[in-house]
Design a protein around this ligand. Structure first.
Ligand SMILES: [Zn+2]
Length: 375
């Protein structure tokens, strides 16, 4: 009986864990700046001088097209106006609420905008500035003269897409799960009649008690910093725990950002405490929603897993091909789910909670992303 209970629990954990994760429904642009750039620039923002504006407001740019300026913090709030990329606004309170909304002032009107679409730097124009990672991976190398760590954080008033080893490539990181799951159903793919919960709360550490959603954010924030330092433009689906972003919405963030790689960070769970090792997942070639992305997603999954295993010394459980993950099925860009290890295994659970091991995970994933992009 206990076994049956454990199996059921395992199935539940697997279902929770495997149910991908979500976005805000608002749109990001193909050259949206990383949130790292946004936060690192707060210290040197200049006072916004538009008449009638709050003295405390700082100037910022909208970094996506058709970004909704709303009366309140939330995608359910009415839209005041749709803002174009490059629009200058005054920031009254950045990240005013826990779900990543900033209070801003535009044209004399106060309202809210999702913080991910705010940048201290003037965004690059649409078009050829965003490199297509599917093209020749070394094509931007000739433009590389800046130091690798500088471009993602440097103020820029013009295109700088090819200025570092990251080459301006865009990586979207999705820290799996969130503080509270949302069981509201959503289709598992575009046009699907089958549904799954919008997003789940994930598993937790058998030894540490650490919730998966906290672990995934810890690692993801470190990965964000590492990739930014390597010159990538990094988009985060979330940077706090108290959000409600469904799996399809998370994919939409990666899609709208024009990400060259969508990296979904998770940790595994099993009823078998001895189960251990890392794995990555992507769609099959016959996935009805985005099977054409199988090739690239599989290459990405292999490269990331290889980097992760090399850096940490953990066991490899290979690449799993799955077609029932909402966050994969809604992706229009190469995607992988990284299961860093098993939180149901006491040793791996403690390892993953350890900052030095997390640094190895991050270095390994970043090495895999570098390898995928051909460097
Ligand atoms: Zn998970």
């Amino acid at each position: 009986m206990k076994n049956i209970k454990m199996i059921l629990t395992a199935m539940l954990i697997s279902a929770l864990c495997l149910t991908g994760c979500g976005g805000t429904g608002t749109r990001a642009s193909s050259s949206a700046k990383s949130t790292a750039a946004v936060s690192s620039s707060e210290a040197h923002g200049t006072p916004y001088s538009e008449p009638n504006n709050e003295a405390t407001a700082e100037k910022a740019y909208v970094n996506g097209d058709n970004v909704k300026f709303r009366i309140g913090p939330g995608t359910d709030k009415d839209v005041i106006e749709t803002l174009k990329k490059g629009t200058v606004v005054g920031v009254i309170a950045k990240d005013k609420d826990a779900e990543g909304w900033s209070e801003i002032k535009y044209n004399g009107t106060r309202g809210y905008i999702s913080s991910q679409f705010l940048s201290s730097y003037e965004p690059e124009p649409d078009g050829p500035s965003v490199e297509d990672p599917t093209k020749n991976p070394s094509s931007s190398a000739a433009a590389s003269s800046a130091t690798p760590s500088s471009s993602a954080r440097q103020p820029s008033s013009s295109s700088q897409s090819g200025g570092s080893t990251g080459g301006g490539r865009i990586v979207c990181i999705d820290p799996g799960h969130q503080a509270k799951g949302d069981s509201t159903p959503e289709p598992i793919g575009p046009g699907a009649s089958e549904t799954k919960a919008r997003v789940t709360g994930g598993t937790s550490g058998v030894a540490t008690g650490l919730p998966e959603y906290k672990l995934t954010l810890q690692v993801s924030l470190k990965l964000q910093a590492e990739l930014s330092a390597r010159g990538y433009t990094v988009i985060m689906t979330r940077s706090s725990d108290n959000v409600n972003i469904s799996n399809s919405e998370r994919a939409a963030i990666a899609n709208n950002a024009g990400a060259g790689a969508f990296i979904r960070i998770h940790a595994n769970g099993s009823t078998n405490q001895s189960a251990h090792g890392a794995l990555t997942m992507c769609q099959t070639a016959s996935n009805p929603y985005n099977g054409s992305l199988h090739g690239k997603s599989y290459e990405l999954s292999k490269a990331v897993l290889s980097g992760l295993v090399s850096a940490t010394g953990c066991a490899s459980q290979g690449v799993s091909l799955v077609d029932n993950m909402s966050g994969i099925n809604w992706a229009k860009v190469p995607v992988t789910i990284v299961e860093m290890g098993y939180m149901s295994n006491p040793t791996e659970d403690r390892n993953m909670a350890d900052p030095s091991y997390q640094s190895k995970i991050v270095a390994g994933i970043a090495n895999g992303i570098d390898a995928y992009f051909g460097r």
